[in-house]
Design a protein around this ligand. Structure first.
Ligand code: MLT
Length: 262
């Protein structure tokens, strides 16, 4: 059962919808530059996941399937019957679950800085430790420790505005949101078997300096999806949508513009 409604941002209008799912511990605000450059004929929707941004807290024990259901519930409420889903990192994990649970809803898939494989036992333990630390110390030290992995060195050196915006975004993450997301990501299923069966147009976007979703692994993921395009962005780590928004917008616009019926 979906919880209380998610907060979302909305930009553009048109018959086609693209849904943008943010990563952890972030919010829909990572997509500001994309929502400011919506191609004609498109509506871009970007929800805040439960416990992030302005959305209500998640229910305890929420799984990635529940996150997917919450997002689908929002689309239902908005009368959206089909969408291109663009998921970044945790948003990509949720996009895989949307595809598995609601296969008819997806008109295309953009996977940014994400992984299909599940966590190793060590990575899972690290997530439980992070969840515990969040309960003891709050979100700020966790977000600060993540920052060097979210942004490339180039972004950190040359774009203090992006660093500060990112700090502002992670400041809206709640302890409940972080704990639930870590537990859900730790328990996520292997989405690798889905890849060869993906029969929607797909685009995979990687950052040259991304250590959280390494480019080589993302290239392998693209190769496993029939007909998928792969784009490697220089100057970006894990958050290309904020670090190099102009190339990201161009890549998105090309992909969306080439979809059947567009
Ligand atoms: C994210 O950006 O959503 C996280 O890096 C995902 C993860 O921790 O696996």
């Amino acid at each position: 059962m979906p919880g209380p409604g998610l907060h979302w941002r909305d930009s553009g209008s048109g018959p086609a919808t693209a849904l943008f799912l943010h990563g952890y511990p972030l919010s829909s605000a990572i997509w500001d530059a994309q929502l400011a450059a919506v191609p004609p004929g498109w509506r871009f929707l970007a929800p805040d996941l439960p416990g992030f941004g302005a959305s209500p807290a998640p229910r305890p024990g929420i799984t990635l399937d529940d996150y997917a259901d919450e997002v689908v519930h929002l689309l239902d409420e908005l009368g959206v019957r089909g969408a291109v889903v663009c998921g970044l990192s945790m948003g990509g994990y949720i996009a895989f679950r949307m595809r598995a649970l609601h296969p008819d809803l997806m008109a295309g898939l953009v996977l940014m800085h994400t992984r299909a494989a599940p966590d190793s036992p060590d990575a899972r333990q690290a997530r439980y430790a992070t969840a515990q630390r969040a309960q003891q110390e709050g979100v700020a030290p966790i977000a600060e420790a993540m920052l060097p992995r979210l942004l490339s060195e180039e972004t950190r050196q040359r774009r203090p505005d992006v660093v500060e915006r990112l700090r502002g975004i992670t400041a809206t993450a709640t302890v409940a949101g972080v704990v639930a997301a870590q537990q859900a990501m730790a328990a996520r299923p292997d989405s690798t078997p889905l890849l060869p069966r993906l029969d929607v147009p797909a685009l995979v976007v990687a950052g040259e300096d991304d250590t959280l979703a390494p480019a080589a692994e993302m290239r392998g993921m693209a190769e496993a999806i029939p007909g998928a395009a792969f784009v490697l962005l220089p100057g970006a780590a894990h958050l290309s949508c904020m670090e190099v928004p102009a190339p990201v917008n161009a890549v998105l616009s090309d992909f969306l513009g080439a979809l059947p019926g567009r």
